[in-house]
Design a protein around this ligand. Structure first.
Ligand code: SAM
Length: 348
């Protein structure tokens, strides 16, 4: 929960009478408190009802003083509230958002840990270690990664599926780097005539298979293990999703990938990109998402957030026409970019 200065504190910062940068330091500490609470299972412990600090410590099998201090910090941040009788309960904000985003906290924590040598990354012009190798040496790293992606997808998938209108003729969808497969599942639910292929690295397949089975969507969502740089993506698709993919690559690689996606689509086929966009972004949060995620992606994978104009340039080079951008209310700083493969498809 962001630290929200009161009216007087805000005035003090605005007048530059106190160093507002301390809020960033506190923000970093706050996030670590949240990650610790997540790893210790504090919120699950409180799910069953309010607990004292001693009861919480016993439930999560942790030190009493440490748990008390952690709960006090979470209370100051608004993640829990303290009742008059001294027991702690999840706040209404936690109760609303943690069921959606909670599984992703482990991954967000790992991303922050990876920023530990950002200065070196900036100095040398790219990540200090390969993202895939880094992920592989973390216990359950791939699972944490997918959990982070699922958490974000849960926030936005319904809005995306509502805003991206597929033609009635669309039958086959290719989810490039589709990971967990949640977007494919949602599109297939909305369009019963559609079948989807989630294409991703073999390491990502386990979670994708589990989501498809858990959602009972095996009849229309299949998974295909492969490497989109090395392998053919197939052909005859009506729709291709590139969700959170282009931000990990350099421009020439994105042009290469969009060329492969164009080959996989039938004439008139639709490519849908989801990503953070740099440039003209309005609103403090949206600007921070674009700028900080850009830096984060540079550090993580050597990529960045790109401007809309750059993306439509790549789309046009790959043979896509009618580029359009759709903003997302539930994901400030993120946008959808759509393009249609030149050549006429079947009538909608
Ligand atoms: C940031 S995640 C996005 C997952 C999903 N599309 C979403 O938006 O939630 C990027 C995905 O691309 C996959 N990926 C990265 N490089 C790939 C490659 N060379 N071939 C296939 N998939 C790849 C990763 O395994 C991961 O699942």
């Amino acid at each position: 929960m962001p630290i929200t200065p009161n009216l007087i504190e805000r005035a003090v910062f605005r007048l530059n009478l106190a160093p507002a940068l301390m809020l960033d330091f506190l923000g970093a500490e706050s996030f670590q408190a949240l990650v610790a609470a997540h790893r210790l299972g504090v919120f699950e412990a409180l799910d069953g009802g309010a607990l004292t600090a001693v009861q919480t410590a016993s439930r999560i099998e942790a030190d009493e003083r440490g748990t008390t201090l952690l709960l006090e910090a979470l209370e100051a941040l608004g993640y829990v509230h303290k009742k008059k009788d001294g027991r702690y309960a999840s706040s209404t904000t936690s109760a609303k958002w943690l069921p959606l985003l909670g599984d992703g906290i482990g991954w967000f924590g790992l991303m922050v840990e990876r920023l530990h040598d950002l200065d070196e990354c900036v100095r040398r012009g790219g990540p200090t270690t390969d993202a895939r190798e880094w992920l592989e040496q973390i216990p359950d790293g791939w699972r944490e990664f997918q959990a982070g992606m699922v958490a974000l997808a849960r926030m936005t998938a319904d809005e995306i599926v509502a805003k991206v209108r597929l033609p009635a003729t669309a039958r086959r969808l290719l989810d490039v780097g589709g990971g967990h497969g949640l977007y494919s599942i949602k599109f297939c639910r909305r369009y019963p005539q559609l079948s989807a292929t989630v294409f991703d690295l073999p390491e990502a397949m386990e979670v994708a298979r589990e989501s498809v089975a858990a959602e009972d969507m095996g009849h229309c969502v299949s998974v295909r293990a492969g490497d989109f740089w090395m392998d053919d993506l197939g052909n005859g698709y009506d729709v291709a999703l590139l969700f959170n993919i282009i931000h990990a690559n350099l421009p020439d690689k994105n042009m290469e990938l969009l060329g492969k996606v164009a080959s996989a689509l039938s004439p008139g086929g639709l490519v849908v990109i989801l990503d953070q966009l740099a440039g003209q972004v309005f609103g403090g949060t949206a600007r921070a998402v674009a700028a900080l995620m850009s830096l984060n992606l540079f550090n993580l994978a050597g990529g960045q957030a790109y401007r809309f104009e750059e993306v439509i340039g790549w789309l046009s080079s790959a043979g896509f026409a009618k580029p359009r951008r759709i903003g997302l209310r539930k994901a400030p700083g993120m946008s959808l970019i759509l393009g249609t493969k030149a050549g006429s498809g079947p009538p909608a």
